[in-house]
Design a protein around this ligand. Structure first.
Ligand SMILES: [Zn+2]
Length: 265
């Protein structure tokens, strides 16, 4: 354990010093940590980066709220209980990945890039953390290594609130482009996802879950889909994929409509 920092104490009211490894060192040296009263979430960051403590406080509050009030009820089987403590590694510029956030379900760990997260407004931050929280929760329910990418990212996007307005528009443009070029719609397991910009791939994945919930109300939101996947390991029926393509084709004939759900919840 490391010495408590007075500044962190002042910033948060309840602070303890934590570390990512037993030796008391993070990969880049000593780490500070803070938590909120529930202690469900703790956040660690390099000790020399106290300027991120405000970001840490924002993240803590949002994540505690998500875990306390909305998971696991929404989209998870009734019997699913998740009570692990989440660690958020708040990285600063050096030594952290350039993407805004990533998660490591096995360790209940979310890594967030402080400089990227600072520019997000409250609903964007909430959406980002819901996405990452979904990965942790799904990782507890299913064997993550055997879970296809479309299911991981599609469910996370759906759990985060569904397609954003930007996402609807990106998807619409891509659907129109494919239609004009006589290009096939992508399969969920298509290896070519790697060549698409990742935001667009996520939009497609998220649209599959929107389609499922639209076509079979409650299938995703009541947890039946994840339960079915857990029980029989079957990820998707071919008929669903064909119906999803039909849903996308119909979507491509309409101007995009903003159906963002995250604002409503
Ligand atoms: Zn993700």
């Amino acid at each position: 354990m490391r010495r408590m920092s007075l500044r962190a104490l002042v910033c948060t009211g309840l602070v303890w010093v934590g570390v990512l490894d037993a030796a008391g060192q993070g990969r880049n040296g000593p780490l500070e940590a803070m938590s909120v009263d529930g202690k469900r979430v703790r956040i660690v960051f390099p000790v020399e980066a106290m300027h991120v403590s405000r970001d840490a406080t924002r993240i803590l509050k949002v994540l505690e709220d998500i875990l306390a009030q909305e998971a696991p009820a929404y989209g998870f089987p009734d019997a699913f209980v998740w009570d692990r403590r989440v660690t958020v590694g708040l990285g600063t510029e050096a030594g952290t990945p350039s993407s805004t956030a990533k998660s490591v379900p096995r360790d209940a760990l979310i890594i967030v890039h402080a400089n990227s997260v600072r520019s997000l407004d409250a609903s964007q931050l909430r959406r980002l953390l819901r996405h990452e929280a979904a990965h942790l929760l799904v990782g507890e329910l299913l064997d993550y290594r055997a879970t296809p990418r479309w299911l991981q990212e599609g469910f996370a996007e759906w759990f985060a609130g569904g397609l954003t307005c930007d996402g609807e528009f990106r998807l619409w443009i891509e659907l129109r482009r494919r239609s004009a070029a006589d290009e096939e719609l992508p399969r969920l397991d298509d290896a070519s996802w790697a060549v698409l910009p990742s935001r667009l791939a996520y939009d497609f994945f998220g649209s599959f879950f929107e389609f499922l919930e639209h076509r079979h109300p409650g299938l995703v939101s009541d947890g039946d889909l994840l339960e079915r996947v857990k029980l029989d390991g079957a990820f998707v029926a071919d008929s669903w994929e064909a119906q999803w393509h039909e849903y996308l084709r119909r979507k491509s004939h309409r101007e995009p409509v903003c159906t963002l759900r995250s604002e409503a919840r």
